[in-house]
Design a protein around this ligand. Sequence first.
Ligand code: ZN
Length: 187
Amino acid sequence: MIYPIIGLGHPTLRKVAQPIDKDYPELDKLIADMYETMYNADGVGLAAPQIDLSIRLVVIGFRPYDEKTDTYGPVAEEHTLINPEILEFIGEKEYFNEGCLSVPDIHEDVLRNEGVRIRYYDEKWVLHEEEIHGLFARVAQHECDHLDGKVFTDRLSPLRRAMLKRKINDVVAGRVRTHYRMKAPKK
Ligand code: ZN
């Protein structure tokens, strides 16, 4: 099932999400639906708050994209993060161009660490504590921000945010077109 995605301005995106346990109802189905929702929207990461569920659950998935045919190859890498905790930021800080399914039409360079030491449960409730790097670390940091009520535009400079004010207001008001379904903002 594909969930509608909530946009910036929806209060759930600003809440600190709650941890879950093994008894969470129909968790396997929810995780599968989150992957489906993410791929349908051409995303590489999705946090449960983005589908209006305030729980600490993230899916991340990478598929090779072929520009010529505008198609995706088979999934190359997937990570389900349950109750993730970033234990340490490691490596250099670097800029990388980010976007967010909840903030359509805005793509900005965001400064983050190249790697993190992270602890999380996977979908089989196996505990992982590991150093991760590169794209996985970048997306994990972006998605863990969602669990704490933050979005990537919060990390831009005040000047940059001021320059984006009109575009951000359009997102908040629901005045953006997306090829995936978004939940209408609360009036
Ligand atoms: Zn996001």
